[in-house]
Design a protein around this ligand. Structure first.
Ligand code: KIV
Length: 266
């Protein structure tokens, strides 16, 4: 029987100094293959706004869309933990609607939710979610939903003072009950300092090798999304060329009459 990855498994990884892996997925088949490959957490990231829906930023995606993508991904996964990123404005206005919107993701098949940022209000949201039985992954450093207040895609935690501030925020999130924290675009040494001073695991998104886990957007890993490639992403394949080649051959075959063949008709 397949042993499902849970918040306990994730904490055990940290306690045993074992690294774990996180990739995003937005559809059933991709989620299935990531799960079969042994990825520990499959994240329905709000990055889907850009890579799956073609929007400019993550701000445009909403609760209904995230819920649909969560249903598709959850259907494909047996072992991995399924985490849904809560979109912009879905948890910011009041705690009751935060619980309702996060609860909708659990009903759609997620095992946990991810929320960005830190404030007294966010801590209240996390506490209430955990009390409700919804595990929460935090997200600090560069937080894309705060793009406009951060003044662009900027590295966070560059000085000792700034790293101390992220650590202070991370410790508060930990106290509020998060089971892990994504650190995005934080210098490697700052992320190391933060990671070594926390009990919950950190997940690096461009925060170097000393975090407890690594996350990337799967479309970057597959070489599918080509509008922009972050410095910290590694491309393991060239899906863009593969899709182009397959589509071109199909187009040529249809137009030349080579498709369908005798074996492909009834
Ligand atoms: O939206 C996303 O895909 C993310 C991860 C890359 C951390 O937040």
């Amino acid at each position: 029987m397949i042993k499902k990855v849970t918040v306990k498994t994730i904490q055990k990884y940290k306690d045993n100094s074992e690294k774990f892996s996180v990739l995003t997925a937005y559809d059933y088949s991709t989620a299935k293959y990531l799960d079969e490959a042994g990825i520990d957490i499959v994240l329905i990231g709000d990055s889907l706004a850009m890579v799956a829906l073609g929007y400019e930023t993550t701000h445009s995606v909403g609760v209904e869309e995230m819920s649909i993508f969560t249903k598709a991904v959850a259907k494909g996964v047996e072992r991995a933990m399924v985490v849904t990123d809560m979109p912009f404005l879905s948890y910011h206005t009041d705690i009751a609607s935060a619980v309702k919107n996060c609860g909708q993701m659990i009903k759609s098949g997620a095992d946990a939710v991810k929320i960005e940022g830190f404030s007294d209000y966010i801590m209240g949201v996390i506490r209430r979610l955990v009390d409700t039985g919804i595990p929460v992954m935090g997200h600090l450093g560069f937080t894309p939903q705060f793009l406009h207040t951060l003044g662009g895609y900027k590295i966070q935690g560059k000085t000792q003072e700034a790293a101390d501030e992220i650590l202070r925020q991370a410790k508060s999130l930990e106290q509020a009950g998060v089971f892990s924290i994504v650190l995005e675009m934080v210098p490697q040494e700052s992320a190391r300092y933060i990671t070594e001073n926390l009990n919950v695991p950190t997940i690096s998104c461009g925060a170097g090798k000393y975090c407890d886990a690594q996350v990337l957007v799967s479309d970057d890993v597959f070489g599918k999304y080509s509008d922009f490639k972050p410095k910290f992403a590694r491309k393991y394949g060239d899906m863009k060329s593969l899709i182009y080649t397959c589509a071109k051959q199909f187009n040529d075959d249809v137009k030349s009459g080579r498709f369908p063949s005798e074996e492909e008709v009834f």
